[in-house]
Design a protein around this ligand. Sequence first.
Ligand code: PBG
Length: 331
Amino acid sequence: MLNNLFQKVRPRRLRKNKVIRNLVSETKLFKSKLIQPLFVSDSEQEKKAIDSMPGQYLHSRKTLFQEVHELLTLGINSVALFPNISNCKKDINGTEALRSDNFVCNLVSELKAEFPQLVLITDVALDPYTDSGHDGIIVGDDVDNDETLKSLEIMAANLANAGADIVAPSDMMDGRVGRIRKKLEEENHKDTIILSYSAKYASEFYGPFRDAVGSKQVQGISKDTYQMDKRNLEEAVKEARLDLDEGADILMVKPGMPYLDVIREISSKVDAPVFAYQVSGEYAMLQLGIDKKIFKHNVIPETLISFFRAGSSSVITYYAKWVAENYDNIS
Ligand code: PBG
């Protein structure tokens, strides 16, 4: 009986050669589904290497334009922009974030003027602008949810006004998507997409990012009071549903690799595209392994495929450019 089944069913038939493997493959790594995060400084004249992320740079305004041009030429058409703001522009409330002609808003309109085909994603969170490094406004000994919402809606409207295609609230304040959606409608930005970081876990994997944007926390309050608890999965589905009800178009899970189950769960339970963010610490881990020759570069597509297999629609990854450069060899 068993023997019979074995002769009929030989899964290895479908693994015989690359052509057959390609024909029966269930997922594919499309470069059109990758988003490159880019760091940009408001004060540097040249790009600077980021020590904890070998191969990634803190761009100057000038090198950012060159980089975007290269990415578009390679077929990477979307980028997520993260500013490193000079300390002298930071304060306790992140006031600089509210100015409609701040560094990021100006940059967004200049980028869109130069590259109209570029899809530009901008973070909506106060951490680049607060001297505490927190994503919101501190009142007493708490990052105050409702005070922060007032800033986030203004920030999102300014970014939409400047030409951002997608605004991405990454702060994890309650009710922010609803407030931002309402504000965008009021200001006639009805087509601005909200990509909500719905399941953003409090994670050690953001360390290198905080080096890059200079948002190391100096105050005692923990981001655990607003980012999600790593022990929870059901709560991620609840956050996703809430964000969708409030008007989000796309949901995000972050970090990526340690949270593949969350991607699977949300994408199977909720009717919206789910993006994954392969964050700075995941990049650092992989790249240090590659540089030390512990892994071959094949580890990169392997990790990216895992996101698509889990149900991601797209992936934000520091490897987007690398994939595009090596596309013919890996796809
Ligand atoms: C902050 C923000 C963070 C990241 C994206 N937006 C860090 C944080 O919450 O402290 C992390 C991305 C990465 O690690 O690559 N709003």
